[in-house]
Design a protein around this ligand. Structure first.
Ligand code: ADP
Ligand code: MG
Length: 292
């Protein structure tokens, strides 16, 4: 289980690093095996920063992240490799994760070199075929192909297959759907749903409210780096208590409509400078930020 305890991130800004930007402020939630948690917020609300801290791509400024009870900030060397065998990320733009001059399946062979050098070629082939089948890819369709010969959906699935080779327990999926066309989006979402049934814990990072509602068990609504509301998805979506969540939901009239990244509707309905205070429990598995 992944436990996030009051994490904050302050980026130094400005030419001499004298400015400071609090991108994430006192955020806490958990991701359990077999559970999808959607982390929902407008562009710039700090979602990717949270994902990067979980993946140890950037350190936390305050607070801590524990995996199976151990603080990940203290994990080093072999243990860090062990952490990455359990927790992996997949990001928005599948094309940027591939080097165009190498065949796409190099992302899989690199896993062997790094984590399974002793596994025989035959066993490795079997493992690859299993992980490709798990993401509904037909091995001959993707093995030996260059990135430009594959679709965005195939490349995204291949990255998920790569994560599965490691037998991960938690997947951080940062806007993995946004770059895909409509038909592929549903396929990848359904794939995440299947992986969840098999026990994978998923942190689904998205700016798209409808996506957050589609497969998640819990929802975390982020605004300016702070949680405004979190809890069971059914509660947050059916009985939103924070005016910001209410404004967001009121502005999503249709599930198939994309919530525009640049001009999120509903923002004007909510006072932009409303301070967000500590979370108050309003029901079983339902927390709402009070006034600061
Ligand atoms: P989101 O993923 O929700 O769009 P991010 O986590 O990418 O948000 O960014 C949150 C805030 O932190 C934004 O204001 C962004 O400009 C800022 N930010 C992100 N990365 C850095 C960085 N490396 N240095 C300085 N500021 C950053
Ligand atoms: Mg982001």
């Amino acid at each position: 289980m992944l436990q996030i305890h009051g994490i904050s991130k302050v980026y130094k800004t400005g030419m001499f690093g004298r400015g400071a930007l609090r991108a994430v402020d006192d955020v806490s939630f958990e991701v359990r095996p077999g559970e999808v948690v959607s982390l929902i917020g407008e562009s710039g609300s700090g979602k990717s920063t949270i994902g990067k801290m979980i993946l140890r791509l950037t350190p936390v400024t305050d607070g801590s992240i524990a995996y199976d009870g151990s603080d990940i900030a203290l994990v080093k060397g072999r243990a860090l490799r062990g952490y990455y065998r359990s927790v992996q990320g997949v990001f928005q733009d599948p094309f940027s994760s591939y080097n165009p001059i190498f065949k796409a399946d190099r992302v899989l062979s690199m896993v062997k070199a790094e984590y399974f050098p002793g596994v025989s070629t035959a066993d490795w082939r079997r493992k690859i075929e299993e992980s490709l089948h798990a993401v509904s890819l037909n091995p001959p369709d993707v093995l030996g192909k260059y990135p430009h010969q594959l679709s965005g959906g195939q490349l995204q699935r291949l990255l998920i297959a790569r994560a599965l080779l490691l037998d991960i327990k938690i997947l951080v999926a940062d806007e993995v759907i946004s770059m895909l066309d409509a038909s592929t989006r549903i396929d990848v979402l359904n794939l995440l749903g299947d992986l969840k049934k098999q026990g994978l814990g998923i942190l689904l990072i998205t700016h798209d409210l409808a996506l957050g509602n589609y497969i998640s068990d819990s929802a975390v609504i982020l605004r300016h780096g702070r949680i405004v509301e979190r809890g069971a998805t059914a509660k947050v979506f059916d009985d939103p208590r924070h005016p910001y969540t209410q404004a967001l939901l009121a502005s999503v009239p249709r599930l198939d409509e994309k919530w525009s990244d640049s001009a999120p509707p509903g923002r004007e309905a909510f006072d932009a400078d409303d301070a967000v205070g500590p979370l108050v429990q309003v029901g079983t598995d339902h927390f709402v930020a009070g006034a600061a």
